[in-house]
Design a protein around this ligand. Structure first.
Ligand code: GAP
Length: 491
C-alpha cells in the first residue's frame, strides 16, 4: 500500500517507471519503463502468457500491427462510437472528460452519462470550470483514436489501434484453417494500444500509449461449451469474491449459485480470480470481480465483469482487467464489412463463432503490484511474487578481499544461467540488502569466509529477513523450489 508521491519517487530513483520525454518537461499520458520496470513488465507478460495460453489445447500467441486502416475500425464500430464526452472551458481553454469531471463533483459514477445528460447537468447545476471558474462550452463527443496518414500522398487514412483485439478478430479465419479447424480456438496477443485520452491522469493508470494483453477465445456456445463445462466441474475452488450489478457490497459466493451466467463464463471468471490470487499473489480483500450494469457496459458485451484492485496510490478501487462475453458481434461486423467468410461449417450449416475476451491492461497490473507490494517502516521494501521480480536473487561478497570477490562472482555466474541474478560488490552489506529490498529482490546470497572452507553461503529472504545457511551445490534447486512455491523458506 503506497502513497502516490512516495511510490512514484521510488519508481524514478530505482529505475522502474517515469514520465516520458522528461528532459523536455514530459507529455501527459506517456511513460517510460527503466531497466527494472522493463524486467518487471517482461516477467509479468511472460507469466500472463504461460498462464492463459495454458488454459486451452488450441491457444496461441499472434502479433499484428499497431496501425489499422480506416475501414477496419469503421467495421468494428470505433470510428462512430469510440468517444468520450469533452467539456472545454471558454476562458482557460482546459479540456475535461465529462464523466470524470462530474464524478469529481458528485462523488458518484457518471460513466453512463452521454453528452446530453452531461449538458443538462451542467446547465441545471450552473457548473463552471474547476480550474478557473470560467464558462464551459457545450459538451461534444470526442473520438479517442489517433488518426494517421498511410503512404506519402496522405490519401489513405488509418488509426493507431485503440485495442489489440481487432487484429486478432481479422485473423480468425486464417488461423482456424492453419490450426486444422480446431475449436475452441484461442488467439492471444500482447502489445501497444493507443487512446487520445482527454485528460490523462493518475500516472500509468490512464495513458495515451499503453500495453494490453488480450486473449480472444472463439467458440460456438451450442457446440463447443462441453469442454468448458467439464473444466468448470473440475475446478478445485468455486468460491470467489464478487460484486454483482445491483449489490451493495462484495460477497464471497460459490460459482454454483450464479446459475444465471453460462458455465463457460463462470469458468473463465474462476480462472481470472485464480490468476490474481495465485499468480499475482494479491490478497483476496485487495481485488474483486465487479459486474457492470447495462448502463455501464458496451452494447456488444452480453456479460462484463471487471477485475478491480484497491490501490491506495490511486484512491481506491480501479479497473485493471475485464472478462467480456462479446457474442458474435466482432466476427459478424468484419464479415459484413469485408465480404470475407468468418463463419465455420458446423453440422451441415455455417455459424459465426462467439468471442469471450480476457482483456488486461499491462501497465495497470504492474502498478497494482507496486502499489500493493510497497512497504515502508523500519525498512522500505517491495513484496513482489518471486517469479516476476526484476531480479530473483542477488549475490554479494562479504568483503572484497581474500578471494571472496572472485568466489562471489563465480557463484553469481553459476546462478545467472537459471535466474535473473544480480551481483553487487559495493557498499556495506546492510546497504546492499537495503538496495535489494527496495527493488523487491526476494533472495540475497552472501559469500563469506566459511564459504571458502565448506562451500556454504548465507541466503536471506526479503519478507522475514531471516537467513539460513545452504551448500552451494543445493542453491539452484532450493531457490527454484522457493520460487515455484514447492518449498517454504525455512525461517
Ligand atoms: N478489447 C477490449 C478492451 O480494449 P477496455 O476495457 O477498453 O477493453 C482493456 O481495455 C484494458 O486495457 C482495461 O482493463 C485497462 O486495464 C487497459 N486500459 C484501457 N485504457 C487504458 C489507458 N488509457 N491507460 C492504461 N490502460 C488502459
Amino acid at each position: 500500500m503506497a502513497d502516490k508521491e512516495e511510490l512514484e519517487s521510488v519508481c524514478k530513483r530505482r529505475g522502474f517507471v517515469w514520465q516520458s520525454s522528461e528532459i523536455y518537461g514530459g507529455e501527459a499520458g506517456f511513460y517510460d519503463y527503466g531497466h527494472l520496470g522493463a524486467r518487471l513488465r517482461d516477467n509479468w507478460e511472460r507469466m500472463w502468457k504461460d498462464y492463459f495460453l495454458g488454459l486451452g489445447e488450441h491457444y496461441h500467441m499472434i502479433y499484428t500491427p499497431n496501425i489499422l486502416p480506416h475501414r477496419v475500425l469503421e467495421a468494428s464500430g470505433h470510428v462512430d462510437h469510440f468517444s468520450d464526452v469533452l467539456v472545454g472551458c471558454k476562458r482557460c481553454g482546459n479540456s475535461h472528460r465529462g464523466d470524470h469531471f462530474l464524478e469529481d463533483i458528485t462523488g458518484e459514477s457518471a460513466e453512463w452519462m452521454g453528452k446530453n445528460e452531461i449538458a443538462s447537468f451542467i446547465k441545471e447545476n450552473k457548473i463552471t470550470c474547476p480550474d478557473c471558474r470560467g464558462e464551459l462550452s457545450e459538451p461534444e463527443n470526442f473520438n479517442m483514436m489517433f488518426q494517421v496518414d498511410i503512404g506519402p500522398k496522405g490519401d489513405r487514412k488509418g488509426f493507431l489501434r485503440p485495442e489489440t483485439a481487432q487484429g486478432t478478430y481479422m485473423n480468425f479465419p486464417r488461423e482456424y484453417r492453419a490450426l486444422r479447424r480446431k475449436m475452441p480456438l484461442g488467439l492471444a496477443t500482447v502489445g501497444s494500444a493507443f487512446r487520445n485520452e482527454i485528460s490523462p491522469r493518475q500516472g500509468v493508470y490512464r495513458l495515451r500509449e499503453f500495453r494490453q494483453a488480450e486473449l480472444q477465445i472463439f467458440f460456438i456456445p451450442e457446440h463447443h461449451s462441453e469442454e468448458f463445462e467439464e473444466a468448470y466441474d473440475n475446478l478445485t475452488s468455486k468460491q470467489l469474491s464478487l460484486l454483482r450489478a445491483g449489490w451493495e457490497e462484495v460477497r464471497s459466493v460459490s460459482l454454483d449459485d450464479l446459475d444465471d451466467l453460462p458455465k463457460f463464463y463462470r469458468y473463465h471468471l474462476a480462472k481470472m480470480f485464480e490468476f490474481y490470487s495465485e499468480k499475482m499473489e494479491l490478497s483476496k480483500d485487495r481485488f474483486r470481480l465487479r459486474e457492470l450494469s447495462d448502463d455501464e457496459k458496451a452494447f456488444y458485451n452480453r456479460i462484463h465483469f471487471d477485475v478491480e484492485v484497491n490501490m491506495e496510490s490511486l484512491g481506491g478501487w480501479k479497473e485493471v482487467a475485464g472478462l467480456h462475453y462479446r457474442g458474435d458481434y466482432d466476427l459478424t461486423q468484419h464479415q459484413d464489412a469485408s465480404g470475407q467468410k468468418m463463419n465455420i461449417p458446423i453440422e451441415g450449416d455455417r455459424k459465426i463463432p462467439h468471442v469471450i475476451e480476457l482483456s488486461f491492461g499491462v501497465d495497470r497490473n504492474i502498478w497494482a503490484l507496486l502499489d500493493l507490494g510497497y512497504r515502508t517502516g523500519e525498512r522500505d521494501w517491495i513484496d513482489l511474487p518471486d517469479y516476476i521480480s526484476p531480479y530473483q536473487v542477488a549475490v554479494f561478497p562479504l568483503v572484497k578481499k581474500d578471494g571472496l570477490l572472485e568466489k562471489s562472482r563465480e557463484i553469481f555466474e553459476y546462478l545467472e544461467s537459471s535466474f535473473n541474478a544480480f551481483w553487487d560488490k559495493s557498499g556495506s552489506i546492510g546497504k546492499r540488502y537495503a538496495r535489494q529490498d527496495e527493488i523487491g529482490t526476494p533472495y540475497c546470497v552472501t559469500v563469506d569466509y566459511d564459504t571458502l572452507e565448506d562451500d556454504t553461503v548465507t541466503i536471506r529472504e526479503i519478507s522475514s529477513t531471516n537467513q539460513i545457511r545452504l551448500k552451494v551445490s543445493d542453491l539452484k534447486k532450493e531457490l527454484q523450489d522457493y520460487i515455484n512455491k514447492e518449498k517454504e523458506f525455512q525461517r
